[in-house]
Design a binder for this molecule. Sequence first.
Ligand SMILES: NC(=O)c1ccc[n+]([C@@H]2O[C@H](COP(=O)([O-])OP(=O)(O)OC[C@H]3O[C@@H](n4cnc5c(N)ncnc54)[C@H](OP(=O)(O)O)[C@@H]3O)[C@@H](O)[C@H]2O)c1
Length: 340
Amino acid sequence: MSAKLPRVPLGQQGMMVSAQGLGCMGMSAAYGGYEGEEAQSEALAVIDRALELGCTCLDTAEVYGPYTNEELVGRAIKGRADQFQVCTKFGFKFGDGQFTGFDSTPANVRKVCEESMKRLGVDCIDLFYQHRVDPNTPIEDTIRELKALVEEGKVKYIGLSEASAADIRKAHAIHPITAYQLEWSLWTRDAEKEIIPTCRELGIGLVAYSPLGRGFLTGAIAKPDDLSEDDWRRSNPRFTAEAMEKNKVLVDKVRAIAEKKGCTAAQVALAWVHHQGSDVVPIPGTKRVKYLLDNIGAYNVKLSAEDMEELNFAGEGVAGDRYTTEHMKAFTFHYGAANV
Ligand SMILES: NC(=O)c1ccc[n+]([C@@H]2O[C@H](COP(=O)([O-])OP(=O)(O)OC[C@H]3O[C@@H](n4cnc5c(N)ncnc54)[C@H](OP(=O)(O)O)[C@@H]3O)[C@@H](O)[C@H]2O)c1
């Protein structure tokens, strides 16, 4: 039985969130296995159980589906939205449900805010992130519109994801940024050089996405055939047979420490993120109650300095980039080619 998660501050504007959040993306997109009534009712059960255990910070986005993940979250929290921190993201445009580019123009920020509120069934979004910087819209224009939405009571706090350090500063000068969402885990540490110090200097809270290495660090995925045909990870450089074989040494280390502690590998991988600081909130993603319980339990797993050192060492020289070069250029180029 997992103990209830405490609430912690995120950023410096007064936002309080559960010490671990719940990534909802996989309930409607990306990793397959979410279609059908049974899968959807399990996803709803995950959110019910998360609330019981104090895991109230829910992460979704317009693009997950698109739209269907926000709709699912809206169904799950109906009548009790005030018990959750509802966090969503904008920044893309779509044609016939397909991604067609970026759009953080003030008009689109406002439009997505209104539509997301409807899908989520809320009259205010707790944390509204720009998902990716729009190369054609100055970030100042986007933040000015977000600031107006805060003043109108439609958004409580503002977040960024994968923006460069320079853009974080420009944005923060217009309106305080509460949270920055970044990929951060034992095998993705490039943000530690510049992004994380910038956020810390400005008092911006850190939300770690894909903290389980998209599932790899749990030891549950050993080869491409462990992934369904429609799983996005099949196109990810870290999920080729060669990369998985090379990165097995990292999973073996995570497993060895888990065995020593009497916990699961997923818990060790997540505990490593929790040990990065009290300003860090990981948002592991799952659509299964059993994984949710496992992940929440990680909050109380203690790693010694020696464990951390061993894990850090094992995480060096990971094979495969976190996204394809094409994907990095298209989606995270603002974060800097040096990080590709
Ligand atoms: N800002 C961004 O650009 C961005 C990008 C990616 C993700 N995100 C957010 O971050 C959230 C988390 O990231 P993520 O889902 O990509 O990766 P993740 O949390 O690192 O891993 C999710 C994967 O791990 C599996 N898993 C979860 N708990 C497990 C456990 N205890 N034991 C074994 N396997 C376990 C899940 O399986 P099941 O699916 O079968 O439960 C899923 O395949 C997303 O849901 C999304 O909200 C944001």
